[in-house]
Design a protein around this ligand. Structure first.
Ligand code: GLN
Length: 542
């Protein structure tokens, strides 16, 4: 039987609801339960694919090609369960389904309303594709009290009734701010936020209270009394040094125990959390440090490179070193010499990106890495720019460019209008809608024998996630291989370059896909482990 846990947030946004859900998922897994995590987002975009990363953080891509909220990245990193299209829905998608049905005449002449039609569509989403999971954890985006969240809250209220209280638990994440003048953690915002939930008919049974210091017993009692929650179920969620400590810390505070208790499930045996303890100790007691220069455009908002940030930490875990990141806005290289900024770094990474702004600066960083023998990892845009740099500066193709930047006589990187996926051919054209027009999701690549990447992966066929419109143009392969670049990974039909590397360089790899999306703290991605290992070698040289 499947049980449902709904996670809402109150008081302020950015409380780490996603992490809380992910950590609870990991704890239930450690108890032997099968879990799946889902996110309901109350905005009107169909998916976050068209949103600027500075607005909404990174777009996380699933194997089945969905562009989803970054919280799904947390879910995967904590539970290892591959997220699917059906694990993230937005108000926009719900409404577009409802409206399509209305146009189709499916409502048989009824007046189409938020209740029951929109709420029914939401409930259908929550239930869809559930098979043998013991728990579905459903996070509601936004903050309780937002107008946008109302249909979702109404839907989960109904859902709780439909499946019965014994199968549904409402967890509310709140904040206890510390007021220095009073020297106290304040409970009032939590009380108000629970009242807000009550006004839509939801009585949370468990409160997860974020605080920057231990919550005194008296305050927990007060919250329990005013919010009509059992005292044990007012759980402290104290700030921790690394996110991978969250499962351990929540377990110590009794979060999973209270959840099991609510459902009448046994609390023993103790879950084995050694996996998490090892990760935390490796992060907290590293044996050295490497510095990686990340040359990007959205460096001001770290959320826009969430998975990348984590994957680099995982690379550090694999090598027992701390990875210190130097985020460098590539536009600085328009006016300043890259040498000043890059001389001290042990590895250079150019991540995914879109548009011409800052691209020339990124190429200067690529060239620096290539000429100085500094380990280089180019991801997606970072691979495309490495290829353009090679074409311009080694192969002498002065006009080499990407059609993403406008028409060019030498489209080293260009828009493919069709390519194979399985047996079907997908079509795209330059004039299509922007949303959902990219090569998205998992695609296979065949690795060349004897290449660096086949050694790194220990395999000759891999599957990785993609999110891009443009492709490196295979027609230039011979010209580029003649000057030392190797096309070491190709799509199975041989038409799409997936990986490039340089033979005569200590470590220079460009990949058309996003390896960071599949890295886990307990299973660091081989490309990141190898890149950080190369950076360690480099650190002994500089
Ligand atoms: N802008 C490039 C493209 O669309 C690269 C995309 C990316 O780095 N994710 O192909």
């Amino acid at each position: 039987m499947t049980r449902y846990i709904f996670i809402t947030g109150g008081v302020v946004s950015s409380l780490g609801k996603g992490l809380a859900a992910a950590a609870l998922g990991a704890l239930l897994q450690a108890r032997g339960y099968k879990v799946r995590l889902r996110k309901l987002d109350p905005y009107l975009n169909i998916d976050p694919g068209t949103m600027s990363p500075t607005q909404h953080g990174e777009v996380f891509v699933t194997d089945d090609g969905a562009e989803t909220d970054l919280d799904l990245g947390h879910y995967e990193r904590f539970t290892g369960v591959a997220a699917r299209q059906g694990d993230n829905v937005t108000t926009g998608r719900i409404y577009s389904t409802v409206l399509a049905k209305e146009r189709h005449g499916d409502y048989l002449g009824a007046t189409v309303q938020v209740i029951p039609h929109v709420t029914d569509a939401i409930k259908e989403f929550i239930r869809s594709g559930v098979t043998d999971e013991d728990f579905i954890l459903c996070e509601i985006g936004g903050t309780v009290g937002d107008i946008e969240s109302l249909p979702f809250l109404e839907a989960i209220r109904q859902f709780g009734n439909d499946v019965g209280a014994e199968n549904a638990l409402f967890v509310h994440v709140t904040l206890l701010p510390y007021i220095p003048a009073a020297g106290e953690l304040k409970t009032k915002p939590t009380q108000h936020s629970v009242k807000e939930l009550l006004s839509v008919g939801i009585q949370p049974q468990l409160l997860l209270c974020r605080a920057d210091r231990p919550i005194p017993e008296s305050e927990r009692r007060k919250i329990a009394l005013f919010c009509n929650v059992r005292e044990g179920r007012v759980v402290s969620a104290l700030d921790v040094d690394t996110i991978y400590q969250v499962p351990i810390s929540y377990h110590e505070q009794g979060f999973d125990k209270e959840v099991l208790d609510y459902f009448g499930l046994p609390n023993s045996p103790e879950p084995d959390l050694d996996l998490w303890r090892t990760i935390v100790s490796r992060i907290k007691q590293p044996e050295g440090e490497v510095v990686i220069g990340v040359i990007g455009k959205y460096t001001a908002l770290l959320e826009s490179y969430k998975s990348l940030n984590e994957a680099l930490i995982h690379g550090g875990i694999a090598n027992n070193v701390r990875v210190r990141l130097e985020w460098i806005d590539s536009e600085i290289f328009d006016t300043e010499d890259p040498v000043i900024h890059l001389e001290g770094v042990h590895g250079i990474l150019v991540p995914g990106g879109f548009g011409e702004r800052g691209a020339e600066g990124k190429m200067k960083a690529v060239r620096f890495a290539r000429e100085r023998g500094v380990p280089y990892l180019g991801i997606c845009f970072g691979m495309q720019l490495a290829v353009i740099d090679c074409a311009r500066n080694l192969a002498g193709i002065a006009e080499a460019s990407s059609t993403e930047f406008g028409p060019t006589s030498e489209p080293i990187v260009g828009l493919m209008t069709e390519w194979q996926r399985g047996n079907s051919v997908e079509h795209r054209s330059a004039s299509e809608d922007f949303g959902g027009t990219m090569r998205l999701g998992a695609y296979e690549a065949v690795l060349a024998d004897g290449s660096l990447v086949s050694e790194i992966y220990g395999a000759n066929r891999i599957s990785e996630r993609h999110r891009h419109r443009y492709e490196v143009n295979i027609d230039y392969r011979d010209a580029l291989e003649a000057v030392g670049m190797t096309f070491s990974g190709l799509s199975p039909d041989g038409r799409l370059p997936e990986i490039i590397e340089f033979r005569d360089h200590p470590w220079f790899v460009g990949v058309q896909f996003h390896p960071e999306l599949k890295s886990k703290p307990f299973d660091p991605h081989p490309l990141f482990s190898s890149f950080i290992a190369a950076a360690m070698k480099q650190s002994r040289l500089v």
